[in-house]
Design a protein around this ligand. Sequence first.
Ligand code: FAD
Length: 483
Amino acid sequence: MSDERINHVVVVGGGTAGWLTAANLAKQFNSNNSNSVQVTLIESPDIPTIGVGEGTWPTMRKTLAKLGISETTFLRRCNASLKQATKFVNWQQAPKAGVDNHYYHLFTSIFDPSDFNLAPYWQLGKIGDNLSYADSVSVQGQICEMNLAPKAITSKEFEGIQNYAYHLDAGLFTDLLREHATEQLGVKHISANVTGVNLDDDGYIQSITTDTNGTIDGGFFVDCTGFKSLLLGEALNVPFKSVANTLLTDHAVTMQVPYENEEVDVASCTISTAQAAGWTWDIALSNRRGTGYVYSSKHTSHEDAEQLLRDYIGPQAENLVARKIKMNVGYREKFWHKNCLAVGLSAAFVEPLEASAIFLIEAAANMLSELFPKNRKSMPLIEQKFNDSFQFRWQKTIDFIKMHYLLSKRSEPFWQDNKHPDTIPATLLQSLERWQEQALTDYDFDNVYEPFPLESYQYVLYGMGFEQNLTYKQSAFDMADTA
Ligand SMILES: Cc1cc2nc3c(=O)[nH]c(=O)nc-3n(C[C@H](O)[C@H](O)[C@H](O)COP(=O)(O)OP(=O)(O)OC[C@H]3O[C@@H](n4cnc5c(N)ncnc54)[C@H](O)[C@@H]3O)c2cc1C
């Protein structure tokens, strides 16, 4: 195995995954210095990016700060807005006149539940009558209801009064990243179609052939070619493991909705509304809304799905163009194989319910840049570490998303099929069984790279009306009251 130093990384694909990864690596290596590891990004001038992916996690603040992009520049250039939660509407049950049917998955709680867990007190009715779980442990839901922001105009860059992430325009975001990565961080940019992936005798990628720029050699390759997975999937034959049996949505229809006037309030949370065969998203940017219906084509036709989205938007949808996207839900058996790592849709995708994809791109780019192998000899151990870590993260993400469907009391066929035992991961079932009798604790989240922490599970479980029998806790409280 070669101990020749890797001095050139080739990233193929110029979507959010490609530019975030290339920029992160170039920043880490200080690629502006010609003696450091160099980064080249090749993107097709003909194949468009997926063009969706507008909801992020609070980690994006750290990512932008690490890359040296100012928050003000980012907000202005990407028509971005501040996101502080997802509001889930009609998920517990189908809409019923007079019944409030929403809950919040927030980014901020008064106390970190690891320090002081308010959930059992709320469960046992010790925190006010009829107060939702989210309102019992945070004020952020109220802030969202008033369409207020999580930071003041005088707050410092990347600092807020409440925790927050962003909504952003995906196309404008890649434009900003491309400009920053090439002009500030030293990433070389090639606009060309990759027409061949050339392997050496050991099955490692040696070079990439392009239609207009010849052959490009590299020591390490990052596959960011989207659902195509040109390098890891097609050239290296790493199989795709579908999870369509667990997560039943397989398509999305999307529309961009302009604001009627400049005075309209911009929602500071993503609104996710459950529908007959899936759910709609509603993301408010500073200049328009991005909306979409994520649905199962086994449970509704494409025409009915588009009509549902138009009905959701209302009269404004009349002249809007709808775009249909097919989603492959699942992940590659390995994300890293030989000298190739897939990041973004080429590695995995599960439906966008909790906007986890960009977060996992950030996480993959960070892990690659910190563990970057010196040479081929050091690759297999890092490969194993990376694959174990991301198998775990994706499986946990799948469990968490499935949990939303499982806890719903909706009765349409799509929702019933979601509860079929064959569709439920055993790991999720075991956790839910245990939590029926036990409060959630840190012991349930003992991996530091758990994508969804204890707090997130509490917001969703209690928001969805998950029932727990904590009578042993009740008697402990009673004793404390009378002591
Ligand atoms: C309906 C939907 C909604 C989503 N919503 C969210 C969300 O709210 N939050 C979130 O975090 N994520 C979301 N995602 C996921 C998110 O959009 C993606 O993870 C993200 O955009 C990254 O995409 P990508 O860069 O991997 O792929 P793409 O954007 O598809 O980019 C692929 C790149 O590869 C290039 N390429 C392909 N073939 C070649 C070739 N032969 N030669 C050269 N270049 C090539 C293309 O030109 C392009 O530049 C959503 C996804 C879908 C489908």
